[in-house]
Design a protein around this ligand. Structure first.
Ligand SMILES: Cc1cc2nc3c(=O)[nH]c(=O)nc-3n(C[C@H](O)[C@H](O)[C@H](O)COP(=O)(O)OP(=O)(O)OC[C@H]3O[C@@H](n4cnc5c(N)ncnc54)[C@H](O)[C@@H]3O)c2cc1C
Length: 555
């Protein structure tokens, strides 16, 4: 369809961005009513048939053709480094370049979301039917009430793909030696991830599942390689408020529709909204953008999960523990189906140190019986061993992810031009709690990998490989100062920005932008609290529920 025809069509729904959430919402809306006129406008191309993004070892992912290649502003708690923040730029959004880890997170976070917005649809039990609707879980037996078996997204696990990594039993034994036990059915995707679970991925025999392909957009009009500049917002007659009437493309063309849905992701949706005149008045004033609605919450509340990779030396590389070691096992095709690791391990932190860190952040000693970080077990950190790091199999990689940041950052405008990336400040390690949690998480990994307390430390590994700029290596004798320095020097992003148009603050529980009629947000911007998973599960489920809410409220 050419632009003049698109511009002349009165659309029922216009979606800004064609990423993960937009694919689900537009597919489902059309499934509910095939007569609906739905337009999706995506800045990137259609990459569904690109062979160079399909497999885990594909070469065109991060830093490639379908990555916005964002960089954060300098992070004061990370040695003033600017951090790479890749983001999908193609139909399907993040699902075109992401790693496909399928990690739901903790029931507690979803329940907090529901409580925050006083609406049980966003609690764990409220979202569970939609988590189940999106997936085809690999096992019919494990946690049956927690999983779906008919959804568009086949889920694989290391077990279902017959990947028996040689260290599997020892890794498991080592975690048990530290008191961290296997989860029932090795399933971390059943609401309580605290423990050891199999790595699960939304891959089908290793093949990437692009949202726009597994939720086909046949019947939806899709405009690719097209940037949306802003939402057209008009004052309603007789001063009764504001209403979205469509969008303006970066080339100037205007397109009208009854409902506009912002799905440009947690970095770009707040930018588009600010360029449309909705946002903190002082931010808009900096770029002479007329303020239609002073909404201080737009672009605030950004959070992301931090990540640290560190490599450990294998005592005997010829034993064949790691990829590159020459072990013929790794030549079997299934070992190319996903990330080469067995388990996702999620842990809480010691509450004693946490109390002190909270007191430092909040200026008063918290009540352990009522404080949300103390009163319950929480999922603070994630640990994973990847059996690869050196071409000769002499190293393995340990991954630490901080899942529950208390610091918040922001997305602000860098100009009034949609072509310019906004200023992204995730504020990594910006709180004493976050620094404590990261330090404790790394200490746990050092005990696990580099001490006599575990079979891995005793028999398999021979110390940490070190890091550029440091003479010392990580060990059980490392001081807190050294550990903190390592974190500051190398922590990066897990690529999970969320919260910048938070439900409760900017959007209501029906995903409507407060103060503007006919405008909704459906993407990870609306997560009001950090989800301690890898966002895809939560994003697919949210979008499934959003489609239902949007359809139910049609005029
Ligand atoms: C490299 C990488 C690895 C990841 N790994 C994992 C993982 O292993 N597991 C996991 O669960 N999650 C992972 N994620 C996160 C996950 O993919 C995202 O959380 C998810 O895609 C967010 O969905 P969304 O719909 O909010 O936004 P997106 O999927 O990012 O979609 C937003 C879309 O809007 C488009 N857009 C933006 N601005 C405009 C505009 N002005 N006009 C038109 N279009 C616009 C973008 O191009 C994009 O296609 C990863 C992400 C990345 C980038």
């Amino acid at each position: 369809m050419d632009l003049s025809l698109i511009s002349a069509t009165p659309w029922d729904y216009i979606l800004v961005g064609g990423g993960l959430c937009a694919s689900v919402v537009s597919h489902r809306l059309l499934e509910f009513d095939s007569k609906l006129k739905i337009l999706v406008v995506e800045a990137g191309p259609n990459a569904n048939d690109r062979p160079d993004i399909v497999w885990p070892n594909s070469t065109n992912l991060i830093g490639g053709d379908f990555d916005w290649k964002y960089k954060t502003v300098k992070q004061s708690n990370l040695d003033n480094r600017s951090i790479d923040l890749p983001s999908g730029k193609a139909l399907g959004g993040g699902t075109v370049i992401n790693s496909g880890a399928w990690i739901r997170g903790d029931k507690f976070d979803y329940d907090l979301w529901g409580l925050t917005v006083n609406d049980s649809r966003w609690s764990y039990d409220g979202l569970l039917p939609f988590m189940r609707k999106s997936e085809s879980f690999w096992s019919e037996v494990i946690n049956r009430d927690q999983h779906g078996h008919c959804g568009p997204l086949p889920i694989q696990s290391v077990t279902s793909t017959n990947r028996e990594f040689p260290l599997r039993d020892r890794v498991l034994r080592a975690w048990a030696e530290l008191g961290i036990e296997a989860l029932p059915g090795f399933d971390g995707n059943a609401g309580n991830p605290l423990g050891v679970g199999d790595l699960q991925e939304n891959k089908n025999g290793g093949r990437r599942e692009i949202a726009a392909a597994v939720y086909p957009l046949k019947g939806v009009t899709v405009l690719t390689d097209t940037l949306v500049e802003k939402v057209l917002i008009e004052k309603m007659p007789h001063g009764t408020g504001l209403s979205a009437v469509g969008i303006k493309l970066a080339g100037g063309v205007e397109v009208r529709g009854r409902q506009t849905i912002l799905s440009a992701g947690a970095i770009r949706s707040p930018q588009v909204l600010m360029l449309s005149g909705i946002g903190p008045a002082e931010e808009l004033a900096k770029f002479d953008i007329p303020v239609l609605l002073d909404q201080p919450g737009v672009g605030r509340n950004l959070s992301d999960h931090g990540i640290l990779y560190h490599a450990w030396k294998v005592k005997d590389p010829s034993a064949g523990w790691a990829l590159g070691s020459g072990n013929p096992l790794f030549n079997k095709p299934q070992y190319g189906y996903g990330t080469p690791g067995d388990f996702i391990v999620s842990t809480d932190v010691s509450k004693n140190g946490l109390i002190a860190a909270i007191a430092e952040d909040e200026g008063a000693t918290p009540d352990p019986a009522t404080h949300p970080l103390l009163a319950n077990k929480r999922t603070f950190t994630e640990h994973m061993l990847i059996y690869a790091a050196a071409p000769d199999g002499s190293l393995i990689t340990s991954v630490l992810i901080t899942l529950l940041p208390t610091s918040r950052g922001s997305v602000k405008l860098s100009s009034a031009d949609i072509r310019d990336a906004p200023l992204i400040d995730p504020n990594y390690l910006g709180s004493a709690v976050d620094r404590y949690v990261a330090r404790e998480g790394l200490k746990l990994q050092v005990k696990y990998l580099g001490s006599d307390a575990t079979v891995i430390g005793r028999e398999i590994l021979d110390g940490e490989a070190g890091a550029p700029g440091f003479d010392e290596v990580l060990s059980v004798n490392s001081t807190d100062e050294y550990i903190d320095a390592r974190l500051r020097a190398a922590m990066g992003s897990t690529y999970h920005p969320m919260g910048t148009l938070a439900m409760g603050a900017v959007a209501d529980a029906d995903l409507k932008v407060k103060g503007v009629e006919n405008l909704r947000v459906v993407d990870t911007s609306v997560f009001p609290v950090p989800i301690t998973g890898h966002l895809q599960v939560a994003a697919f489920a949210m979008a499934e529920q959003a489609a239902q809410i949007i359809y139910a409220s049609r005029a």
